[in-house]
Design a protein around this ligand. Structure first.
Ligand code: ADP
Ligand code: ZN
Length: 742
């Protein structure tokens, strides 16, 4: 398309049609429902997907040409596009993807676009930097060669051109010294082009010799990539069965075709081992995309992805919205992981959106897991997805033996959390010179602090949540809003001193118990708040892998796919923890998490044992884990969901109404409740206070819509919302396919 000329302009008296300026519609990365029209100034040739700068009120903003202009505003009154950026246009498939995500998740398209243009600085070409080398010129008359000046000149006598800050740094002087030399003509500026992209992964480097099952799976994926058509493949196999090796083959096939690959990982900051392994396999690292990158890295990566200069991106969910020039394959590793659901801003599930992206782009996508989401299982059973199964661990390594410890019978002593049976196993493991891991998915020392005199519980003033004691940091913290305060000396309610007592364990408290039981063991805590940044996590993983630690006490940070050859014992301190909330997926999630934790044990030569401490040994989740009966568990879970018409057999959507004024929030919630679409098949529950009824100072109410799978719930909800006026002080968020019920 070229920018369109409106054809309905009135003819003038002589019958000429006056020239009408062409117009385009431009989507802006702002909370707007639709694109705005702009006039195309003469001399500017615009195509859909072009990144442009346009005026908006007194500001100038960036936007993307979304199509021909079609609005009703007279072209004479339209503001002109200011300029087009020199970067490849956003491909059509990405624009359709943005529209699709917006429609599905009921997010304003502008807000989805915002995720796709998250680095505006990348739109302009990187500025070349100015470096200096020595000129042949003599110092001008009166120019004094100070010691500092001499040092700078000496540096350049034998060395490459360097920037002013580099020279100043090396010569131990101020930048002004360098500038002074340049002004006097003693230095000559040269333009340094920005460093070109790093080496490319080599698709043709040989991988390991695959087993026949692995070979068959890899060939299947390879064919899908070569067919250049849409297919969703579930790569299903226990931890250690070689799923990663198999999808590396698919990556190799895609690189051979010169197309780009996206690998999504749930928590990229924790994936150092994955990155190292990729670099060993392909001779070069992939490009990373996640929130811990520096601004410069984001800018360079975004631009290089748009230009097709980066073949492989590994990233967190936001990597879905990069401007791939020619994406040929998507891999979603640990596809069941809850971290793929984004709960803030645009609420979306990255796995589901990735499948949509693959469909729009007519490319294959592989969903990879040892414990796939029930949604994915059901889709594979019904042949919407193709299941490729890898049986058994590579090299015949045994799956760990899972044992249940019934805490009602095998009781830990008061204010202790390790049952005698687990203590005995720990002692034996240490005596064998092997490694153990204790898992408790709770940071800090104690989840609750209570006054023994008056019963007062220390609570967050901004959230419906208890404050968690972090003894190492000497603080009480709210895990929802981040509030941190010192532990008070006296009870804030009754004023008694020395009556505040820690209730229940967090990892810090388990570490204390371990130190008491095994004072000679080398122990460490591994949790997101005891390790600062990816580097510290990487160092901890190395220490465990190199057996510099005997016992590691960790949260789910530790559960991810790390490989520890000496680890033979895993103890789960509170296997019931995830079942407590009782939401829709509590059982499924607990099964997946504990299965993954258990998978840490016995990955090397030695067989592993896993102990699950539970008060509910008869619970189906515990029984399935102990029996290693994954498919039996899924079947039972699926039957329960089917009977209740819950996802994936029915559909859910949540409305979350929030605001600082509780009465106003209630009023809007009630109005939504009255206007709710109800029918024989559609039910709306609520409004009810959310379990987190207060979050960061905002009051929250929830409504939950439940409908058959075939219901077009987006249009239903759109109609519903239209009937209720929402004042600006109240926010109504729509969560289609909710995973969190807080
Ligand atoms: P998964 O992704 O299913 O957990 P991996 O691909 O990580 O499994 O494989 C587990 C371990 O076994 C890795 O160290 C991997 O390199 C090794 N492995 C898997 N398949 C092979 C093979 N065919 N030849 C050699 N090593 C293999
Ligand atoms: Zn809080």
């Amino acid at each position: 398309m070229r920018a369109s000329h409106a054809s309905s302009a009135p003819a003038d008296l002589l019958g000429h049609t006056p020239p009408v300026a062409p117009r385009v519609s431009v989507l802006l990365p702002l909370p707007l429902r639709e694109p705005y029209d702009y006039r195309v100034p003469s001399g500017l040739d615009l195509q859909p997907g072009d990144y442009v700068e346009v005026p908006l009120g007194p500001r100038r903003v960036i936007g993307v040409v979304w199509g021909p202009g079609g609005g009703t505003v007279e072209s004479g009154r339209l503001k002109p596009v200011v300029r087009r950026f020199d970067v490849p246009p956003m491909p059509e498939v990405e624009r359709r993807f943005i529209d699709w995500v917006a429609a599905y998740t009921m997010t304003m398209p502008g807000m989805v676009l915002k995720m796709a243009v998250s680095v505006p600085a990348a739109l302009d070409p990187p500025k070349p930097t100015i470096a200096y080398h020595r000129s042949a010129a003599e110092p001008p008359p009166g120019f004094k060669l100070t010691e500092a000046r001499k040092r700078v000149l000496a540096l350049l006598d034998d060395g490459p051109p360097r920037t002013a800050p580099e020279l100043a740094d090396e010569a131990g002087c101020g930048v002004t010294v360098v500038r002074g030399l340049a002004e006097a003509g003693m230095l000559e500026p040269v333009l340094l082009q920005p460093a070109s992209v790093s080496p490319h992964p080599e698709w043709n480097r040989p991988g390991p010799t695959l087993s026949p099952d692995q070979r068959a799976a890899a060939d299947f994926l390879r064919q899908k990539v070569e067919a250049r058509a849409y297919a969703t493949v579930l790569l299903d196999g226990v931890t250690g069965s070689g799923k990663t090796e198999v999808y590396y083959e698919a990556i190799s096939a895609c690189l051979e075709q010169g197309r780009q690959v996206l690998v999504l990982l749930p928590e990229i900051a924790l994936s150092a081992q994955w990155l190292d392994r990729f670099a060993r396999r392909f001779g070069a690292p992939p490009a990373e995309w996640h929130s811990d990158l520096t601004g410069a890295a984001r800018r360079d990566t975004w631009r290089a992805v748009a230009k097709g200069e980066i073949p492989v991106v590994v990233g967190a969910r936001s990597a879905l919205f990069l401007p791939y020039r020619d994406l040929g394959l998507i891999i979603v590793d640990e596809e069941h992981d809850a971290a793929y659901k984004q709960e803030e801003g645009a609420i979306y599930h990255a796995r589901d959106m990735a499948v949509a992206r693959a469909h729009l782009g007519q490319i294959p996508i592989a969903l990879v897991s040892a414990t796939p989401a029930l949604e994915t299982q059901v889709n594979a059973d019904s042949r919407r997805y193709v299941r490729v199964h890898l049986p058994g661990r590579h090299g015949g390594a045994m799956l760990p033996d899972v044992k249940l410890i019934d805490l009602r019978a095998d009781r830990p002593p008061p204010r202790h959390w390790l049952a005698p049976g687990l203590k005995k196993a720990l002692a034996e493991t240490l005596a064998e010179g092997e490694q153990a891991m204790l898992f408790l998915n709770r940071r800090g020392y104690a989840p609750l602090t209570l006054c023994r005199a008056c019963g007062h519980r220390l609570q967050c003033p901004n959230c419906t949540a208890w404050l968690v004691e972090h003894r190492l940091a000497r603080k009480l913290q709210c895990h929802h809003c981040g509030l941190a305060q010192p532990l008070p000396e006296a009870c804030p309610n009754c004023g008694e001193h020395g009556t505040l007592a820690a209730c229940g364990p967090g990892v810090e408290r388990i570490a204390e118990e371990v130190a008491e039981l095994f004072p000679d063991a080398r122990a460490a805590i591994m949790a997101s708040d005891t390790l600062f940044g990816p580097r510290a996590i990487q160092e901890m993983i190395r220490k465990i892998a190199d057996h510099e630690l005997d016992i590691v006490i960790g949260t789910q940070v530790m559960a991810k796919g790390h490989h520890f050859p000496m680890l033979t014992l895993v103890g789960v301190v509170d296997a019931d923890l995830g079942l407590a909330g009782g939401d829709l997926r509590a059982g499924e999630r607990t099964y997946q998490l504990l299965h993954q934790v258990a998978g840490r044990a016995g990955r090397g030569e030695r067989p592993g044992t896993v102990y699950l401490q539970t008060y509910m040994p008869e619970h189906p989740v515990m029984q399935a884990l102990a029996a290693g009966d994954r498919d039996g568990f899924y079947q039972l879970e699926a039957e329960m969901r089917l009977e209740a018409a819950m996802p994936p057999f029915g559909r859910l959507a949540a409305l979350i109404v929030s605001g600082e004024d509780a009465a106003l929030v209630d009023r809007v919630s009630m109005a939504l409740g009255r206007a709710a679409p109800r029918s024989d098949t559609v039910a709306v529950l609520g409004p009810a206070p959310a379990p987190l009824a207060l979050l960061r100072g905002r009051h929250r109410r929830r409504l939950l819509l439940k409908a058959p799978r075939s219901t077009p719930i987006q249009s239903l909800i759109a109609n519903w919302l239209e009937q209720v006026e929402v004042p600006p002080a109240v926010r109504v968020q729509v969560d289609v396919d909710p995973y969190s019920f807080l």
